[in-house]
Ligand binder design. Structure first.
Ligand SMILES: [Zn+2]
Length: 411
């Protein structure tokens, strides 16, 4: 698929300024990020001195039009969209009081769960892995600082998830995104500022997509071709804009509700959800096709729940795959890139005594590989670490930035 006009031109140029990486030479820098479980040290090293400032980028956690709206770059991107191919649906109010849910003319997921667009020519949303007995592994709302224990655990378990990254988080902690890609996860977009997309104007929607693509391209060297709407909030107007910006929608068919715990939902209730989904792997529910599960790397609670349940998920299901793998997506990014050279990360002896001196070596294969090759590449990975989930649990930390992100997400 070809990036249209100005959109592709600007994103192609975006990789030239950030001082780190291109996808084929991606290596995690030798910084505390990869060697510590201390939150302060991790968060310092995940960040960068590079200034993601306007008009090149929006202000983080603000509308993606903030500081960018009047720039010639944004105007060119906006004008590159063929607006006659976008349905004339007004921005919605979330009360939805005036919306005809019976007819569901806009295929509005939030109102009806619709995933098969009504507007001609739109791709349907991806909702579930097609293979039987397959758990579709996805984590939203990263990257973030102080998640090394979680990414280390996924490495140990040889699991590659679909990671839906928020553009503002990528700008705040770019090395977190670099680690995600280098670890072989499937990187996808989760918009710039995590708003209800159907409530936004067309310029705001374009900006939310565009600047997330731009920051990911600049930081990691890749431009995702898949996205997940925050809160699942998508309709045919948003899908039509996304599709022109080379983004296909991925939602889910099972929701752990983990992001609401502890709070609106208790941790025990989320665990009950996990238990029910694990049982579905054994009772024939997924005998003919699989699932995609909504879960988050957002907080220590959501990551602890994920880590605690992965052994049971592995036991109950035939396989755990990310969306790229299970959908057989051969080109998850606009760029076509192949094998990334080996990445070494060395755990810090003082931070986690049990992990002293252990080294993890991972060979990452992504993007141009076929789904089969992507799956089989896992067998080529050398995972050698003494960490255990139990010892890593002791390294779970609380970070003020996470609390801020949570607040923003729950409004
Ligand atoms: Zn989210």
């Amino acid at each position: 698929m070809v990036m249209p006009g100005a959109l592709g031109d600007y994103i192609s140029a975006a990789g030239s300024n950030f001082p780190t990486t291109a996808p084929n030479s991606s290596a995690i820098p030798s910084i505390v990020q990869t060697t510590s479980y201390d939150a302060t040290a991790e968060c310092q090293s995940y960040s960068t001195n590079f200034a993601f400032t306007s008009p090149a980028f929006p202000t983080v956690w603000q509308s993606a039009l903030t500081g960018t709206n009047s720039s010639s770059e944004f105007q060119a991107v906006y004008n590159s969209i063929n607006w006659t191919a976008v349905p004339n649906i007004p921005p919605k109010t979330l009360s939805g009081s005036s919306y005809n849910t019976a007819l569901d003319p806009d295929c509005w997921w939030t109102a009806t769960g619709c995933t098969k667009p009504k507007w001609p020519g739109l791709q349907p949303d991806i909702t579930a892995c097609p293979q039987p007995e397959t758990w579709g592994l996805t984590y939203d709302d990263g990257p973030n600082c102080s998640h090394n224990f979680f990414y280390d655990y996924l490495q140990e378990q040889n699991l590659k998830a679909s990671m839906f990254y928020i553009g503002s988080n990528v700008a705040d902690w770019p090395y977190g995104a670099i680690r995600g890609l280098a670890n072989g996860h499937h990187i996808a977009s989760h918009t710039w500022s995590h708003r209800y997309m159907t409530t936004l104007t067309n310029p705001d929607v374009v900006a939310e997509f565009y600047y997330t693509q731009k920051v990911l391209k600049m930081v990691t060297g890749v431009t995702p071709r898949y996205w997940r709407p925050p809160f699942g909030d998508v309709d045919d107007r948003i899908r039509a804009i996304a599709q022109q910006m080379n983004l296909q929608t991925i939602v889910w068919n099972l929701d752990t509700n983990d992001y609401e715990a502890p709070g609106t939902v208790s941790v025990a209730q989320v665990q009950n959800n996990y238990n029910a989904f694990i049982t579905m792997g054994m009772n024939g529910t997924f005998a003919k096709s699989g699932n995609i599960v909504l879960s988050h790397e957002l907080t220590n609670t959501t990551m602890q729940l994920a880590v605690a349940n992965i052994p049971q998920i592995k036991a109950a299901y035939k396989q755990i795959l990310n969306v790229q793998e299970c959908m057989g997506i051969t080109q998850p990014y606009v760029e076509n890139f192949g094998t990334i050279s080996a990445v070494n990360t060395t755990a810090n002896a003082s931070a986690v005594p049990s992990a002293a001196g252990t080294t993890t070596t991972v060979v990452v294969v992504a993007a141009s590989a076929t789904a089969a090759a992507a799956s089989s590449s896992a067998q080529g990975n050398v995972i050698n670490t003494g960490d255990s989930a139990v010892t890593q649990t002791n390294a779970f930390v609380t970070v003020a930035a996470l609390a801020l992100a949570t607040t923003l997400l729950l409004i």
